[in-house]
Write a new protein. Structure first.
Length: 327
C-alpha cells in the first residue's frame, strides 16, 4: 500500500483494500505501543491541528500519535486561528503547508476540508465534519475486527440519526469493507439518496448489503453490532432537541434492543454519549424532557456488551496509522 502524500478526507476516496490495510497497520501500531517498541517513523516532522469544534478523543489521539511517531504538534482551538473569520481556507492551507508536514481539520462543512486539501501541498486529514468522520470509522473497524476476527459479513445496525457524519461514514465504511449495514431510523433520518446509491454500487462489488429499516424488531434481529450516536450533533441548534427526541426515542438502544439483537451482539458508540445525567447538556435536556438518558441507556452503556472504551482507545492507533501511511 502506498498512500504517501494522500489526503484522508472521506472513506469514499479509498479502496476497500486500502482501508483494510490501514486497519491492519493500526493493529500493528497497537501491538508496538503495547509492547513498548519505539516507532518514531516521522521523526522531526510537525503537524497542525485545527479544531473549529471541541474534541476529547480526536485531539488527544492526534497529539499522542504524533508524539509516538516523533512529531511535534500545534493545536489551533475553535477561537485560536484566523480560519474562516479573517482568512480563507485556501490561504490558511498555503500558510500552514509551508510550515507543517501535515494538517488535521475538524469543523463544519466537508467543503472546507476539501478546500484545505486542494490548496495545501501536504496531507490533510479530516478529524470530523458535518458530513463525515472517517478516522472514527477506521477505529470502529479495528474494534470490530478485534472482536469478531474479520470484517466481511459482520452485521452492523446503526440506530438514530443516520443522515449525519457517523451514519454516512459507517455506511460507506461497511460498503467498502464488506460488512452488512442497516440504518434503523424513521425514513427522514436515512442517509442522502445520492450517497446511498453510490454505496449500493460499492456494496455490489464488495459483497456487502445495505438495508434501510424503520422497524426496530426487523432491523436488529441477528445483528452483531448495535451502533448509535447522539441525536443532536455539534453545531446544531438547541431547538432541534424536541423534534429529535420525539422522532428518535423509539430508536434508543436499551436492554430490549440488545436482547433482540442476540447474545453475542456488542454495543458501539463513537462517544461522547448521553447515557446518564452526569453532563451539563445531558442533565439539562433530560430534565427538560423528563428523561434519564437519551440515545442509549446507562444499563447498556455500562454492560459487558459495550465496547465503547476499546473503540475510543483505537482512535489513537488508527489515527497513527493514517498519519504514518500518508506522511
Ligand atoms: N468520537 C469523537 O470524535 O470524539 P471527540 O469529539 O471527543 O473527538
Ligand atoms: N455526530 C457527532 C459525532 C461526535 C463524534 C457530532 O458530530 O457531534
Amino acid at each position: 500500500m502506498d498512500l504517501k502524500g494522500r489526503d484522508f478526507l472521506k472513506l469514499l476516496d479509498f479502496t476497500g483494500e486500502e482501508l483494510a490495510e490501514l486497519v491492519d497497520l493500526s493493529a500493528r501500531f497497537k501491538q508496538m505501543k503495547n509492547s513498548g517498541i519505539s516507532h518514531r517513523y516521522c521523526e522531526g516532522k510537525n503537524i497542525a491541528l485545527i479544531f473549529e469544534k471541541t474534541s476529547t478523543r480526536t485531539r488527544c489521539s492526534f497529539e499522542v500519535a504524533a508524539r509516538d511517531l516523533g512529531m511535534g504538534t500545534t493545536y489551533l482551538d475553535p477561537s485560536g486561528s484566523q480560519i474562516g473569520r479573517k482568512e480563507s481556507a485556501a490561504d490558511t492551507a498555503r500558510v500552514l503547508s509551508s510550515i507543517y508536514d501535515g494538517i488535521e481539520y475538524r469543523g463544519y462543512g466537508q467543503r472546507t476540508v476539501e478546500l484545505l486539501a486542494q490548496y495545501a501541498d501536504v496531507p490533510v486529514w479530516n478529524g470530523l465534519t458535518d458530513e463525515a468522520h472517517p478516522t472514527q470509522v477506521l477505529a470502529d473497524m479495528l474494534t470490530i475486527k478485534e472482536r469478531f476476527g474479520s470484517l466481511k459479513g459482520v452485521k452492523l445496525v446503526y440506530m438514530g440519526d443516520a443522515r449525519f457524519n457517523m451514519g454516512n461514514s459507517l455506511m460507506v465504511g461497511c460498503a467498502k469493507l464488506g460488512l452488512d449495514f442497516t440504518a434503523c431510523a424513521p425514513e427522514e433520518f436515512f442517509p442522502d439518496k445520492k450517497l446511498i446509491d453510490q454505496c449500493l454500487g460499492i456494496a455490489s462489488e464488495s459483497g456487502s448489503t445495505l438495508r434501510f429499516e424503520s422497524d426496530v424488531d426487523k432491523a436488529v434481529r441477528g445483528a452483531d453490532v448495535i451502533y448509535t450516536d447522539v441525536w443532536v450533533s455539534m453545531g446544531e441548534p438547541e431547538e432541534v432537541w424536541a423534534e429529535r427526541i420525539g422522532r428518535l426515542a423509539p430508536y434508543q438502544v436499551n436492554a430490549d434492543v440488545m436482547n433482540k439483537a442476540g447474545s453475542d451482539a456488542v454495543f458501539m458508540h463513537c462517544l461522547p454519549a448521553y447515557h446518564d445525567l452526569n453532563t451539563d447538556i445531558g442533565r439539562k435536556m433530560c430534565e427538560k424532557f423528563d428523561r434519564s438518558c437519551m440515545e442509549v441507556t446507562d444499563e447498556v452503556f455500562e454492560s459487558g456488551r459495550s465496547v465503547v472504551f476499546q473503540e475510543a482507545e483505537n482512535r489513537m492507533h488508527t489515527i497513527k496509522a493514517v498519519m504514518a501511511a500518508t506522511l
